[in-house]
Write a protein that binds this ligand. Structure first.
Ligand code: BG6
Length: 307
């Protein structure tokens, strides 16, 4: 009942007739549904987690696992997890949640703005006693998702405290692909990367990336635009970015897929993560009052067939 009242209240404050609706999603978690002339999309308050983007005349662009556990203590598997304020394991605390606490925190809806045929949904979290259990910083983080002919994701972190802090961040985007074995990821030729599947050895990318086994790589010092060519779905997904100096490419392949409780054993051929991020040496440092905005800008186009 309380939840129903909360949803009614959110609809009064942020709903736009026929375009933006706040509803109960999977597992009773609250989500914002957007249906505009240029795109459909959805974003959960749990983790400020985008789970769908369907530009007009296209199919779903994002992958969400059929095995995702939809509950407050777990991150959603698929879509766009927001990793913050650290990536992977927290260096100084083995008990801290993987990829930070943002993806398992309830964010608050801050704004819904319609501009022409696009809709931007903004959500925020602020430091409190719970976040300080893991990380001492005073901060405010805002996630803005713009659903339109492009999907624009922006993570804006502000230092609200009196001392500087450092953080890592990732927009851990899961893209839906027809067949991982035929996709090519282009744009990172010549870029150095850390190969997490080979003892974190540092290597240099030679040509396009083809996925032929478990792949978990952090591409370093790069702001390059990446093209994901998917001949099976006859489309190309282009990921541009702002204020991000690392890109992670991840596919769990067969064994890791089996080991993950919230991921289907046979789903690995149908997804790839290309993550816009600042991780490792490209961490961000903010002085009091400073903020940092990282953006991922995603577009879809028809794949030009080569003979
Ligand atoms: C990737 C990491 O970003 O996320 C991988 O590079 C990790 O190492 C993957 O396995 C998934 O992480 P999680 O916590 O969502 O299972």
């Amino acid at each position: 009942m309380e939840h129903a009242l909360e949803i009614t209240d959110l609809n009064h404050r942020f709903g736009i007739p026929e375009i933006v609706k706040i509803v109960e999603g999977h597992g009773g978690l609250t989500k914002v549904e957007v249906t505009s002339r240029s795109a459909q999309g959805e974003i959960y308050l749990h983790g400020a987690h985008v789970t769908s983007w369907i530009p007009a005349d296209e199919e779903e662009v994002l992958f969400v696992s059929s095995q995702s556990q939809w509950n407050e203590s777990r991150p959603i598997r698929g879509g766009v997890p927001v990793c913050f304020p650290w990536f992977s394991n927290k260096a100084d605390d083995v008990n801290a949640p993987m990829h930070g606490f943002a993806r398992t925190t309830a964010w608050q809806l801050e704004s819904v703005v319609q501009t022409g045929n696009t809709v931007t949904v903004g959500m925020f979290i602020e430091s409190d006693d719970t976040t300080k259990k893991w990380w001492p910083a005073d901060f405010r983080a805002v996630l803005r998702a713009t659903f339109g002919p492009e999907l624009i994701l922006e993570l804006d972190v502000l230092n609200t405290g009196k001392t500087s802090f450092r953080f890592e961040e990732a927009l851990h985007t899961y893209f839906r692909v027809g067949n991982i074995e035929t996709v090519l990821v282009k744009g990172l030729n010549g870029v150095d990367y850390v190969d997490k599947n080979d003892d974190k050895r540092k290597k240099t990318q030679d040509g396009a990336i083809a996925i032929v086994s478990e792949t978990d790589r952090v591409y370093l010092n790069t702001d390059a635009i990446v093209d994901l060519e998917d001949p099976a779905l006859r489309r190309q997904i282009t990921i541009a970015k702002e204020n991000s100096m690392a890109t992670v490419v991840w596919n769990p392949w067969i064994q890791k897929a089996k080991a993950m409780a919230d991921f289907g054993d046979k789903e690995w051929p149908h997804m790839i993560c290309i993550e816009t991020c600042n991780v490792g040496d490209s961490f961000v440092e903010l002085m009091p009052g400073q903020h940092h905005q990282m953006q991922a800008i995603v577009r879809v186009s028809n794949l030009k067939q080569t003979a």
